[in-house]
Design a protein around this ligand. Structure first.
Ligand code: NAP
Length: 287
């Protein structure tokens, strides 16, 4: 048997750069026409180092793209009512066009209640039940950023989804579930796997498109992959490791997202693009 050539890598960095460039151009146009720059509010509870870094990274990218940001730092000791109150205040503030609540917010807090305090037109991170329903029903609204970024990458590499078997490993509200909905909307036949799935590898080996959104470093190996499949690794772990074992996956997959440099950069790019779109909507400026 002739050995397969290694998978082609899907370059999320380059697509993210172009997506941010487009968002930045649109932000400048908005500012010229209205005198107002798009503004993203970031809300951070406590001082978890990873969350602090993520928020700083998002705000830096906003600044580079001509998007203002306003940071709300809240103590870890805050109550759910106080957190909901702070998020609701941003929803009422006309100077804020998008709100990002960095999560997880802490186990003593009702994260869902805090998410639901984000006004739908400001839900640029796509975390509310209303945004999820819009994604599921194919209605206008903001998508959860990582799933949105994954679809943009698949489109960029002209992956034909209609009639293809897509297997999503993971069913979280912000990643696994919505990415499955987006794939379904493109006429893929979608299977979800999760921690109670029996015979994971036998299911994933049937996938034409395999999305790993599982939160376990290297869980998906070459043995889980059908030769030539498109493999999307949404995972990110310390040391730049994904949910897919890149060494063995490379020899089986046809297309593969690298970690880092695949899905990760696209998440921020979609956040920025949606923030500018939210501002345009609220300022009444069409393209
Ligand atoms: P999560 O909320 O922990 O969900 C993980 C999912 O994987 C759950 O549905 C869980 O099943 C399932 N699972 C766990 N162990 C499994 C196993 N052994 N076999 C099959 N399924 C299993 O995680 P998440 O927030 O969706 O994130 C998933 C990954 O994406 C993480 O690596 C995270 O770091 C990464 N991520 C990256 C970005 C980015 O910007 N690149 C953004 C968000 C997340 P149950 O539902 O049964 O528990």
């Amino acid at each position: 048997m002739t050995p397969r050539s290694p998978a082609r890598l899907m370059d999320g960095r380059d697509l993210a750069r172009r997506t941010i460039e487009a968002a930045s151009t649109r932000a400048a146009d908005l500012r010229r026409r209205t005198g107002v720059a798009p503004c993203l509010a970031t809300v951070l509870v406590g001082d978890d180092p990873a969350s602090v870094t993520y928020v700083r990274m998002k705000r830096n990218r906003c600044a580079q793209a001509g998007i203002d940001s306003r940071h709300v730092a809240l103590p870890a000791s805050i109550t759910t009512d106080e957190l909901v109150g702070a998020v609701a205040a941003l929803s009422r503030d006309p100077a804020v066009h998008g709100t990002l609540l960095q999560h997880p917010v802490g186990s003593h807090l009702d994260e869902r209640a805090a998410f639901e305090a984000i006004a739908p037109e400001k839900d640029v991170d796509g975390v509310t039940t209303r945004s999820f329903a819009a994604t599921a029903f194919g209605l206008p609204g903001f998508v959860s950023c990582t799933p949105g970024g994954i679809l943009r990458l698949l489109d960029e590499y002209q992956v034909d989804l209609a009639g293809k078997h897509a297997v999503v490993v993971g069913r979280s509200a912000i990643l696994g579930r919505p990415v499955g909905m987006l794939l379904l909307a493109r006429d893929a036949t979608v299977t979800y796997c999760h921690s109670r799935t029996v015979g994971l590898a036998s299911i994933t080996r049937e996938a034409d498109v395999l999305v790993a959104a599982v939160g376990r470093p290297g869980l998906i190996t070459g043995a889980h992959i059908k030769p030539g499949a498109v493999v999307v690794d949404a995972g990110y772990h310390p040391g730049g490791v994904g949910d897919v074992d890149a060494t063995t996956a490379r020899d089986q997959a046809g297309l593969l997202t690298p970690v880092p440099g695949g899905v990760g950069p696209m998440t921020i790019a979609v956040l920025l693009a949606q923030t500018v779109a939210a501002a345009a909507g609220q300022l009444g400026v069409d393209r």
